[in-house]
Design a protein around this ligand. Sequence first.
Ligand code: ACM
Ligand code: ZN
Length: 520
Amino acid sequence: MIRKLIITAAFAAVSTISLSAISGPDKIIPQPVDFSVADGIYNLKTDGSDIKVYLSSPAFADKVKDLPDFAKEEAYELTVGKKGVKIYAMTEEGAFRARQALEMMRLIDRDIAYCSIFDYPRFQHRGIMLDESRSFKGKDFILKQIDALALLRMNVMHLHLTDAAGWRLQIDAYPDLTDHVAWRVGETYHEWEGLGYPFTNAQDSKAYGGFYTKDDIREIVAYAAERHIDIIPEIEMPGHSMEVNRAYPEIACVGEDGKPRPFSWDLCVGNDGTFKFLETVLEEVIELFPYKYIHIGGDEAVKKDWEECVNCRKRMEEEGMKHKNELQGYLVRHIEKFLRERGKTVIGWDEIVETGLPEEAVVMSWRGTPGGIKAASEGHDVIMSPNSYVYLDYYQDLIRKEPKAVGHMQSLRHVYKYDPLEGIDPEYHHHILGLQGNLWCELIPYAAHAEYMLYPRAFAIAEIGWTPQEDREFFHFRERCLMLITVFRSMGYNTFDLFNESLRAQTGRLRFDDPTFKLL
Ligand code: ACM
Ligand code: ZN
């Protein structure tokens, strides 16, 4: 009996689906909260004239009255019947999410079953982070991924715009950031590293890189706003900032020999020029990004040069600091206050809670889940993006099958297993704003490769963020992924080949330290 069950499960895992000719709410990702399908098929008109939208009708307002505000704003009701499509929502945003659900049904097949959907998201933050510093993929790539996120009813794109490997945002006050350290020698991150981190300029035939002009950002922000997606800029500090020291060595840490250290990984917290630099940059960032949140990084500061720097040592003495870690807290608190005074809320990687932080700051948990769990219990809002589940630069299938990637295998199945409320005391559930998948690009130099790592795992992030936990079921989700992969490929996305995923990836997580790994 047990053997029979195992064989059945294995067969179910490898069998491919038969693509039904009729689309409907049971085919889409994320799966809606509530839906039903009736007899009858509707063929959507191409000009949209058969779609009627009703905003804030009393009956719909009554239906959503008990939902949290964020869910109310995105909630919608959608019916497809013989007279066409009706959409009810409280806001344009809700109506847009409905249109995207309809669009996904249409992309699967123009013939849509008569149906009705009532739907709203589980979490308010459903995001993807793209690392534009390590590999600059440019505006067209970003716009294309915004389209994908919109279709998946996601609402946040976080751009990692600055890091040692390249500064990617025009800042008028500091032109060397884009004239110089946006251009490196070495097409890939590791080539550049192997060459000793050389920067050059755009005119050099060996230059690799680029940056977003202010006009590019305005276009991206406007394009995203039409799709009800927020763009969160990340200006990294104090770690991962060697490019700033290379462009402006006068603000870098200083060694005992009195010379600046432009190869220092971290910003100098002892130099007042660092604060002037960051505040000036952030003033320009605020003008470009009209959102509540600005991400200030905060992860993995090396802090080595701080020990030796005369300015950092002086700052510690003046401020009565006993440990170099307190320099990080000093900088983060200063910048948090600066941004709060300008109406912005800081987001930072989970390291920022270790050195004292006002409750208003939002924590992005990446070193697994403990940082987020602790931060929520201390009163912070939290976005869960644990590297134990949703790091999209990690392998998605067996190492021998895949381009070089990071860490252990985070297959579609493994990502889908994640519940952002895992380990969070119910008392603090309200602090969990949602989740985010992060695509670091040290090993991902090209746009097509980035899409390969994103899809279909971003489908899982979308469904985790939207669909009630008790309604999620992996094999049904995987079948819908196979359909959506076909759709995405037809739209020109270079997805992972889920049809040829190994059985091992479909059925479980595999760590490098798993003794059976060598056998695969
Ligand atoms: C991170 O992955 N260093 C935030
Ligand atoms: Zn210093």
